[in-house]
Design a protein around this ligand. Structure first.
Ligand SMILES: [Zn+2]
Length: 264
């Protein structure tokens, strides 16, 4: 046990080595992904694949943790901002940066143990989940939403773990064809979605807690399927009521992807 890990030794005798041997990808490094990456750096994961094609700007300062004023003014690449913060906390962590779309990073993504999806659209979630299934990789998705109208706004969010051999996000009633079609119809219509820092902090911390429960032996009280909903007005998290209606039997949505590896 190194001194660095002395305060997290309760995670298990082999957990330090496990964490050091874990490779994690984070797709999307702004609101949610900045928190996730920061915590993975503190935990001390061995390898981080950081993916974001965007540049920082002033409108990101309300939620991208670690972003400096100067980086926002000079429009630094988000991936460079987060890589710099991660390596300043954890120089031991190997970092692989991708400043293009996530599907240009498949060779690196294939070889990670976990993928965190911190993306804006249902379509991207759907595609990333399918990719993760194909390679038998655990996928943890976080997202938040603000809806309502003047005078009455509601913040909601969710954390979902889509694990090989377990129910997918369609099984859990989160991704639906109707939701994907509605999103496609809206595409390009609205400006940036409302986003704030604190719900992303709750969601990212919840996602990291799930990751640590799955990766180390300290906690067996969150068995799959894992779908946590966040009520940002009441400031509560709870298992989604949708899990009650989970279809019996094994997932058939991901047929042809589960553990299939490269497609010929
Ligand atoms: Zn399914």
């Amino acid at each position: 046990m190194t001194n660095r890990h002395s305060r997290q030794s309760f995670l298990g005798k082999t957990s330090e080595a496990t964490i050091q041997n874990t490779a994690v990808a984070v797709i999307g490094l702004c609101g949610g992904g900045s928190h996730v990456s920061q915590q993975l750096a503190h935990i001390g994961v061995g390898k981080l694949v950081l993916i974001d094609c965007d540049f920082a700007e002033d409108s990101n300062r309300n939620r991208m943790v670690g972003l400096t004023y100067a980086e926002a003014q000079t429009k630094a690449r988000k991936v460079d901002v987060i890589a710099t913060r991660v390596s300043s906390v954890s120089p031991e962590t190997e970092i692989v940066k991708h400043d293009g779309p996530w599907n240009h990073a498949l060779d690196d993504l294939k070889n990670v143990d976990f993928i965190f999806g911190c993306v804006d659209t249902m379509g991207a979630r759907d595609d990333i989940e399918r990719f993760a299934r194909r390679y038998g990789i655990a996928y943890i998705d976080i997202g938040m939403d603000v809806h309502g109208e003047e005078g009455r706004y509601f913040i909601s969010g969710q954390v979902i773990a889509s694990l090989p051999g377990q129910p997918c996000m369609r099984c859990m009633g989160f991704i639906t064809d109707a939701a994907l079609a509605a999103e496609n119809a809206r595409y390009g219509a609205a400006g940036g979605h409302p986003q704030v820092v604190w719900p992303n902090g709750v969601l990212a911390s919840t996602a990291i807690g799930i990751f640590m429960a799955l990766r180390t032996p300290w906690n067996d009280q969150i068995p799959p399927p894992i779908f946590i909903e966040y009520d940002g007005n009441r400031c509560t998290t709870a298992p989604s009521p949708k899990l009650k209606y989970l279809a019996a039997g094994v997932c058939r949505h991901m047929d042809g992807t589960d553990g299939a590896g490269d497609v010929a």
